[in-house]
Design a protein around this ligand. Structure first.
Ligand code: OOB
Length: 546
């Protein structure tokens, strides 16, 4: 006899927290939610513009009709392997056309893709497999100098439930992607997906904690992509480049690949976001829009001084994922001669954007305002009480595209959400009278020095203002007297500065008296997460070991 609990755990929707009925009703009535599904985006695009170019990578291009036909064949191929409705499948492909084919193939087979990033390794994949009960993995053979098959071998040994590994390239002992891609082209004939059920699982950004799985519904994610496309003024004439890892929410749906499909635009995949590689690709395909993290955007701006080909066709450069300094925003606009947009978003939902027609002051100094009129936001103190207008506090939010719970994480959900369903973002913000937010740090990214709690971001803003500093991160290192000492890890442009020179700089800038560093670590580079944010956990580990 099968125990009811086991049956429950095996299904894709157990451990998924739906929107409460009252709010769901409101979002439908307001028109934010439709009855569409994410894969229907592609069907609609095919109906409207079958011959327009949908995706381009280093190996070729696919029209919308070709992409849809390839996705249908892949859906059949997945179905033939026994991958069906509700099955969780780890999708970890580099930026290339196959990513789009596999994603829509899985959606059409009604499986639940888990959007891994190429930078994830066995620790993360093993965690996702365990939590989600994944039954398949889709990878490349090798990419960026890493052999994904070796990792897959170890993963299948640890998790016997992971029955299939599909490999794009030399498959070795696994199933070649070509076998899946050669599925019979007849439609699968599956019942349409529930628009209010999960469409895919995103992975949380986690620069300080283990990543969690984030279930996004068809209705909420469609809204996310289409409303973002509208806000950015995306049209069928745009060419959008996916330069960040495609499985990340930002290049996937803000507006990203899905937003581009929603308007019938072309998406160009690049697996290498360095200026040497991305600039010529932008010129070749006349790319108009792309999304970057601040570290990359700064690099692109600097590279205009020496790269022979410039990204002149770009009209909109979205920068988000981590705080962009105001001087950097201005420099990026000037050097790349482009409209800059700050994007403060999260895989959990809420997106804040500066608008393309905002004045430079707003774009340079704020992280924008919510996408939707029905995004509810509160800025609260440690006791959960709303702070006075213009004061710092933690941002809480709920709305038509913000999750109501992590996937299969009942314990974490009790602390990550308020009883009335607001997600505690963990971000410290200040709301200006014009409604735009300034991100002032992470609630937990504070250094506890001698009884004082200091925001790391406060330090970093001052450090970045020094002409000798390329990039900097402030972290607390354990200290037996002070609790923590402030360490500034800095990539210097030239000769390193001393602790006293840096503290003199802080004094000159009028930084508060407690904003002084104890240590400086001159480093060749700062460690980054798979999407390119500074990875403080890794940094502290290295500095402590050193
Ligand atoms: C994006 O999503 P995640 O899930 O990788 O990370 C979310 C976290 C936010 O909670 C915040 O702490 C930080 O990343 N963040 C920013 C920021 N954008 C994200 N902090 C300061 N300034 C910003 N502009 O990173 C993400 C998802 C969709 C669109 C853009 C970014």
């Amino acid at each position: 006899m099968t125990s009811p609990r086991k049956t429950e755990n095996a299904s894709g929707t157990s451990g998924f927290v739906p929107f409460p009925a009252e709010r769901a009703q409101r979002y439908r009535a307001a028109g934010h939610w439709t009855t569409g599904t994410v894969d229907a985006l592609l069907r609609d695009a095919v109906a409207r513009r079958p011959d327009a170019t949908a995706v381009i990578d280093a190996h070729g291009a696919l029209s919308y009709a070709e992409l849809a036909a390839a996705a249908d064949r892949a859906a059949q191929g997945f179905t033939a392997l026994g991958i069906g409705p509700g099955d969780r499948v780890l999708l970890q492909l580099p930026n290339r056309n196959t990513f789009a084919v596999a994603l829509f193939g899985l959606l059409r087979a009604r499986a639940l893709p888990i959007m891994c990033l190429p930078g994830h390794r066995i620790a993360e994949l093993s965690h996702f497999t365990e939590v989600a009960g994944a039954s398949a993995l889709v990878i490349a053979d090798t990419a960026g100098g890493f052999d994904y098959r070796a990792m897959a071998g170890e993963l299948t040994e640890r998790h016997p439930g992971l029955r299939h590994v599909v490999v794009d390239g030399e498959a070795g002992p696994f199933t070649p992607w070509a076998t899946v891609a050669a599925g019979s082209p007849s439609p699968a004939g599956l019942a349409p997906a529930d628009p209010h059920g999960p469409a895919l699982l995103l992975v949380s950004g986690g620069t300080t904690a283990a990543p969690k799985l984030i279930p996004r519904t068809h209705a909420d994610y469609l809204y996310n992509a289409t409303a973002s496309a509208a806000l950015c003024g995306l049209t069928g004439d745009d060419v959008l480049m996916v330069a960040l890892p495609a499985g990340h929410n930002f290049p996937l749906a803000c507006p990203g690949l899905l937003g581009a499909i929603a308007v019938g635009a072309t998406t160009v995949f690049t697996a290498d976001p360095s200026p040497e590689s991305a600039f010529p690709a932008i010129a070749r395909h006349q790319v108009t829009v792309t999304a970057l993290v601040p570290v990359l955007a700064r690099l692109w701006a600097q590279a205009t001084d020496w790269e022979p080909v410039l990204p002149d066709s770009l009209r909109l450069l979205q920068v988000g994922g981590a705080k962009l300094g105001s001087a950097d925003a201005a420099q990026i606009r000037e050097k790349l001669n482009v409209t800059v947009q700050q994007v403060f978003g999260m895989a959990e939902g809420l997106l804040c954007y500066t608008r393309p027609d905002d004045p430079a002051e707003v774009v340079d100094h704020t992280q924008g305002r919510p996408l939707c009129a029905d995004d509810e936001v509160r800025v609260v103190d440690e006791d959960g009480a709303e702070v006075a207008p213009g004061c710092d506090g933690e941002l809480l939010t709920r709305g038509p595209y913000t999750i109501n719970g992590y996937y299969r994480a009942a314990a974490a959900n009790r602390t990550a959400f308020t009883p009335d369903g607001f997600y505690r973002t963990g971000d410290r913000v200040r709301r200006r009278p014009d409604g735009n937010f300034e991100v002032t740090g992470r609630v937990k990214d504070v250094i506890l020095r001698g009884g004082e709690s200091i925001s790391a971001l406060d330090f970093e803003a001052h450090l970045h203002a020094h002409p000798a500093v390329d990039t900097a991160a402030a972290v607390g290192l354990p200290d037996q007297y002070l609790g923590e000492r402030v360490c500034a890890a800095i990539v210097f442009k030239g000769a390193p500065l001393s602790v006293s020179q840096i503290n003199e700089h802080l004094r000159e800038r009028g930084a508060a008296a407690h904003l002084r560093i104890d240590l400086v670590a001159a480093v060749p580079a700062l460690p980054v997460t798979p999407v390119g944010k500074i990875d403080k956990r890794a940094l502290v580990a290295t500095l402590t070991a050193g």
